[in-house]
Design a protein. Sequence first.
Length: 207
Amino acid sequence: MLYFRKLLEAIGLFSVAIIIVSFLLVNKITRENPVDNKDHYDAIIVLSGNPERAFRASKLFFEKKSKIIFVSKEQAVFKNYFEPNNSKKTYELYLEILTRSGVDPKNIILFGVNNRSTIDEINELNRLDMSKYRDILIVTDRYHIFRANQILKDLNVKFNYDFDISTHSEDWYENKRSILIVFSELLKTYLYYIFEDFNSYKQYILE
């Protein structure tokens, strides 16, 4: 009986610890990180996950007078529910958005073979010679920045970078889609910290 009581107490303490850690992580994931972005960036990196990033990147390319846009090559098919026969691979959709927005294809570089996660993307970026690009702007989503930044630091990238931060008019907990994204990021962050072997991590969750 005493053993059972101690087990329940341990489970209770563990649950409290998980709740506290989760609260702290959610706060970091959703925290506003105002950045005084520079007027010029030599290159822009677009991480895969949301086509809206490509629209923002095309605008930033001209605003920041950049030389090049690096686009993550994710080959997963992005479904077109209105025209199923016109569905494209994710990177193809990104390229179409960029070129339609006026970016010359010669100023676009695909990186990777089939990036299925942020870890894949950062590993592939580490294989590139980025020495000619002094300042780089990374385009992703607001709630992805915390985890992406942790991976960039852990994998010791050799280039200077800032994040382009999209603004939100409402708090994350006021929007159902934002709530789902935040808790998805929370789960992915836990899995990232738990698995030292990146291949094992990717078997559980991909982005």
